[in-house]
Design a protein around this ligand. Sequence first.
Ligand SMILES: Cc1cc2nc3c(=O)[nH]c(=O)nc-3n(C[C@H](O)[C@H](O)[C@H](O)COP(=O)(O)O)c2cc1C
Length: 179
Amino acid sequence: MILSHAGPSTTDTPTATLEVSRAADFRVAMRELAAGVTIITAGREHGRRGLTATAVCSVSADPPTLLVCINRSAEGHAAITESGSFCVNVIAVEHQRLAERFAGRDGARGAERFDHGEWRALATGAPVLADAIAAFDCQLVQAIEAGTHTVFIGAVTATTVSPQRAALLYRAGSFAAAG
Ligand SMILES: Cc1cc2nc3c(=O)[nH]c(=O)nc-3n(C[C@H](O)[C@H](O)[C@H](O)COP(=O)(O)O)c2cc1C
């Protein structure tokens, strides 16, 4: 059984140790949350940047709005801020290598990551994966700082859908198929 640290700090437990432990507990628990895998992109041509992300959530259908949570250290973070737009590409099982690439696992960085896959643009100019299961092209409307990450809220300006394939999921450090 894994214990959590929900209570207040005690005098015999140094605060720093407790906070590190809370972060570790949080990561261990979050690993159990199965999530659909996306590649979030921004920028144009040599300025294109992208990262693999699961922290994506619908906010509202009217108007169509979603949010993504991006680490401030990620290459894509500045590209989103500077371009004022981003695209959420929902990917399929056959895109696992691409997911690994955009998570930095094959060493490719910057616009080089887009050498694999077929990339287009819709309304905002952010890169859209041509064979994504779905894509949400978004205009950035709000950015909220939260810990190490920024919550970017996007107004969806265009979508693509091509759902007849198994989606790529991520749970407990492993990729899996859904559907
Ligand atoms: C399955 C998976 C999900 C991820 N989800 C997120 C996420 O939601 N937000 C985020 O900022 N990074 C996420 N990452 C980490 C980034 O993909 C990784 O740090 C990436 O290399 C971005 O940094 P870079 O572009 O500077 O290399 C995830 C990685 C993986 C493998």
